[in-house]
Write a protein that binds this ligand. Structure first.
Ligand SMILES: [Cu+2]
Length: 491
């Protein structure tokens, strides 16, 4: 106390006027340095050169792709349909071309995909191609990139995907209802290496909330689902089946692709007694393969793995488990039969150009997204049950758009101020996680969806190469329906 008092007296003393002026200048300088912050309170001082980080990104993925001249054209109809999940029971669903999952579309890198789409649903709809870098007008977001497609109307989706990998598609209108009813399919853009695997197989994981007569529970966006982690089901299927089995021979080398099409359920898929390496995440090849079994598969995420079936495994079955929560779920299995076959020999299809960005946390945070919930005011207890999910205190369609700079090194932070899970998905871009709770992390891959745990911060870096307005939302579909959507403009 007395020291402070003396300090003030020194400044005020006329005899010490010069000292006072000098001190005042120093204090003002310090204040200026510490007030050099952006709207979110983070320092804007970059401790490393953004140009160097941008240079590290060079060649990580294509800015644009040259079409090879092949057009893969197909008709697709969204319609009411019936499928058999439980023996002897017809479950009413909404489906693309009558099946759940919908079509597994396989094209080659450089092919143009043309989908002549018809909406025969009783509601408006659109199709969003999750993770695919498409021209903005093909992104399927009503009110942002296109008008909703009305019942009975048609729309042509047409684009050349810029990246090989595992993708999927689903509606972006009343998504929590339309996806839960069965509207989704997969898009695999094949690279040359894919042909070398003995088998290349999709395992699409989904959960359903079913009634006792094996029908999709018809209340969506319930107050409970909105307050918590969305609609977790009571039935889990892989490729629409309760007991999906992949038959293999010993020695086969398999590419297995996982897609999580659930509204809200998160999985940690793993085989307990079969070694498998993760070779791709969210479509893109990783820089270094790593063990399968610890990575979350959140709604929207994809994981591709490379498995070699041991030569002495004839007669064995390998069970795929989910261990995200305490209970253990059995998902699907691999059954080994027959005589051993030759194992295809080739290196993992890694992308050595994925930047390390080891110093990325030395760059200031450009944009912050605070994720939170609030009671809905004004309208009382409506369909949303009174809970709204907000990004920066706004619930979609109210939002503050952010602008990211095209082809520059940008950073962003998700700050989860709630006690719930939020797998955040950014359309049209890939990003890299650089820190969690302020601690640098090294993920050797890009993503398009990242799970943000309760009260956690996740920092990302990205170099946007695709211009347009892209939504950025929670992939727990109930949270998105209740407002957890914003948009970024890349220009
Ligand atoms: Cu969420």
């Amino acid at each position: 106390m007395s020291k402070n008092f003396n300090f003030i007296r020194v400044i005020l003393s006329t005899k010490s006027l010069t000292v006072g002026v000098v001190l005042a200048i120093i204090v003002a300088g310090v204040l200026i340095i510490f007030s050099n912050k952006n709207d979110f309170g983070y320092s804007q001082v970059d401790k490393v050169d953004r140009g160097e980080l941008l240079a590290e990104f060079e060649g990580a993925y294509l800015e644009d792709i040259k079409a090879n001249g092949t057009v893969v054209e197909m008709d697709m109809v969204a319609q009411e349909s019936e499928i058999e999940i439980f023996d002897g029971y017809k479950t009413k669903v909404w489906a693309y071309n009558g099946t759940v999952p919908g079509p597994e579309i396989r094209i080659k890198l450089g092919d143009k995909l043309k989908i002549n789409f018809t909406n025969n649903l009783p509601q408006d709809t659109t199709i969003h191609f999750h993770g695919v870098r498409v021209p903005n007008a093909m992104d399927g977001v009503p009110g942002v990139t296109q008008d909703p497609i009305k019942p009975g109307e048609k729309f042509v989706y047409e684009f050349v995907p810029k990246d090989a990998g595992t993708y999927w598609f689903h509606p972006h209108v009343r998504t929590s209802e339309q996806v839960e009813r069965g509207l989704f399919g997969t898009l695999i853009v094949e690279d040359e290496v894919d042909a070398k695997y003995s088998q290349d197989v999709m395992w699409l994981v989904d959960d359903w909330r079913m009634t006792e007569d094996m029908q999709v529970y018809g209340e969506f966006n319930t107050p409970m689902d909105l307050m918590h982690d969305g609609r977790w089901g009571n039935v889990i299927t892989v490729n629409g089946k309760l007991d999906e089995v992949l038959n293999v021979s010993p020695g086969e080398r398999i590419r297995l692709r996982f897609v999580n099409a659930s509204n809200a359920r998160i999985y940690i898929p793993n085989f307990k007694d079969l070694e498998a390496k993760i070779i791709a995440v969210d479509g893109m090849n990783v820089k270094e393969v790593f063990d399968f079994g610890n990575l979350e598969l959140s709604p929207g995420n994809r994981i591709d793995i490379d498995i070699t079936i041991p030569k002495d495994a004839t007669g064995k079955e390998y069970q795929l488990y989910d261990n995200f929560r305490q209970e253990e779920n059995k998902l699907a299995k691999i059954r080994v039969t027959g005589k051993p076959v030759e194992t295809p020999e080739f290196g993992f299809p890694v992308n050595l150009k994925v930047p390390d960005w080891e110093n990325a946390t030395e760059v200031s945070i450009d944009k912050e997204y605070r994720l939170n919930a609030r009671r809905k005011t004004g309208q009382g207890m409506g369909m949303m049950g009174g809970t709204e999910w907000t990004i920066n205190e706004k619930a979609y369609p109210d939002y503050d758009p952010y602008t990211f700079k095209y082809a520059e090194f940008n950073t962003m932070r998700f700050t989860n101020q709630s006690a719930r899970l939020h797998p955040m998905h950014l359309h049209g871009q890939f990003f890299k996680v650089i820190a969690r709770d302020g601690v640098a992390v090294s993920e050797p891959y890009f993503r398009d969806t990242v799970l943000v745990y309760p009260n956690q911060t996740v920092d990302l870096a990205l170099v946007p190469l695709d211009k347009g307005v892209w939504v950025n939302h929670c992939h727990i579909l109930e949270h998105a329906e209740a407002g957890m959507v914003t948009a970024v403009t890349v220009e």
